[in-house]
Design a protein around this ligand. Structure first.
Ligand code: ZN
Length: 206
């Protein structure tokens, strides 16, 4: 996933989207986009297990189709999953009909009503259409782990800056992020433990 510009103006335009997760506990929500990816997701799962942490994986339908065992491993480890479209569509460059149809195709592989838009980019009509099927989950902390020009220190800072109970952190279990996501995830998990935060999975609503 690549964001050319952070969609902070979308946040202002669409306060009804979920930029934080409601909670009355001291917990933070770590999320991963773009997997499952062989050689990355398995290592992420192992690190989460070592730290007794739960997370939410916003999967691409096409990647679940290619890595069904990894997808099962995510669920069996007690994490939650969400829909990140089938083929990583950019909503701004896609018709609403095509966008919804791609998301519903992914739903055949990903049994969840949580949805995160690739690049954070959706048109208003797409948001309306999605809301009939999904809870749209955005984020408060974009780590930029996919950006080769940003250091591990800086990515850790983006991930952990201004955290509160209910904060939603975005990482990527993708090939593009694989150099950074593991060291940054480990640092983030240690940071959360030090601050007394639990890492929890976002629950799909029934
Ligand atoms: Zn993505």
């Amino acid at each position: 996933m690549l964001i050319e510009q952070p969609p902070s103006f979308i946040r202002k335009l669409y306060p009804s989207l979920n930029w934080m997760e409601e909670t009355n506990k001291n917990e933070v929500f770590i999320t991963f986009d773009d997997g499952p990816t062989a050689g990355v997701t398995d290592k992420v799962l192992s690190l989460l297990k070592d730290h007794n942490a739960k997370a939410t994986f916003f999967c691409l339908g096409k990647n679940v189709n290619q890595n069904p065992d990894l997808y099962q491993n995510i669920l069996e480890a007690g994490h939650s999953v969400g829909n990140h479209t089938h083929s990583h569509l950019n909503g701004w460059k896609t018709t609403t009909k095509e966008y919804l149809s791609d998301a519903l195709k992914a739903k055949e592989y990903i049994q969840s009503n949580l949805f995160r838009p690739p690049y954070g980019k959706m048109k208003p009509a797409q948001i309306q259409a999605l809301k009939n099927h999904f809870k749209v989950v955005m984020w408060s902390n974009l780590s930029r782990d996919y950006d080769s020009f940003v250091s591990v220190d800086q990515v850790t800072d983006y991930a952990t800056k201004n955290l509160n109970a209910g904060s939603i952190i975005v990482f990527h279990d993708s090939l593009k992020a694989r150099e950074k996501v593991l060291p940054v995830l480990e640092r983030t998990l240690l940071f959360l433990a030090k601050k007394g935060y639990k890492a929890s999975a976002i629950k799909p609503s029934s």
